[in-house]
Write a protein that binds this ligand. Structure first.
Ligand code: MN3
Length: 243
């Protein structure tokens, strides 16, 4: 190979590398999650759609990093924790609902990582490209009864998200006494933990969920986020929580 050929080859390699890393429809956009660093009972659940599917409401790179790195980190940590506490094999929502039963030596990492895993799996599943614009009748009438109308509920949930200082989640939940309520939780806490509630809708308000596209504008992210909601899934969560 002469010098000109090798330079051409190098340039081609650099171009291929940059088109792999950048751009819609690129390998980054379509990449499947990397295999877990540590094998074990916990696996990163696949999204039910492509990383670019929620554009323009949530951008491709945010979805990719959020799923393959942030969520994967909880999975990796849980597989390590599972070697220290066999109770992690129990149903997830049961553990989250009664953290006092988790041995103290692992309680905080279980709270953070099992909470993080539950919250993110719930979040991915609750979003869809091109979903219905409003809830099915049964959930809609429950929301109307509790908040007046759907717009009043979304306003209240957005305010709960904006009002969460630092990092956390905003939720529509079914409370212990089977009523709809809007709350927020810090860090990766779930509605089961201190509230004894069951989630119907949940939105991640950590900066990593929106910063690349919205920077500090959490309110703009929350407003757009409603375009991604899978109302049929929300209705299924509501039915299960009120059964
Ligand atoms: Mn997150």
């Amino acid at each position: 190979m002469n010098r000109r050929e090798s330079l051409t080859l190098l340039a081609g390699t650099a171009l291929a590398a940059s088109s792999t890393l950048l751009g819609r429809g690129s390998a980054l956009a379509q990449a499947q999650p990397a295999p877990a660093a540590a094998d074990g009972p916990f696996k990163l659940p696949p999204l039910g759609y492509a990383y670019e599917a929620l554009e323009p409401n949530i951008d491709t790179m945010t979805m990719n990093i959020h799923h393959t790195r942030h969520h994967q980190a909880f999975i990796t940590n849980l597989n390590q924790l599972a070697t220290r506490w066999p109770g992690l094999a129990d149903p997830i929502e049961g553990i989250l609902s009664d953290l006092a039963k988790v041995p103290e030596a692992v309680r905080t990492p279980v709270r953070n990582n099992l909470g993080g895993h539950f919250n993110h799996a719930f979040f991915w599943d609750l979003m869809t490209p091109g979903g219905a614009k409003e809830p099915p009748a049964e959930l809609k009438s429950a929301i109307d009864g509790a908040f007046g109308n759907v717009a009043a509920m979304t306003d209240k949930l957005n305010a709960a998200g904006i009002g969460r200082f630092g990092s956390g989640w905003a939720w529509l939940i079914v409370t212990k006494d089977k009523k709809l309520d809007v709350v927020n939780t810090p860090y990766q806490d779930t509605p089961h933990m201190d509230l004894g509630g069951k989630p119907v809708i949940g939105v991640d308000v950590w900066e990593h969920a929106y910063y690349l596209k919205y920077q500090n504008r959490r309110a703009d992210y929350l407003k757009s986020w409603w375009n991604t909601v899978n109302w049929d899934k929300a209705a299924a969560h509501f039915r299960k929580a009120t059964a």
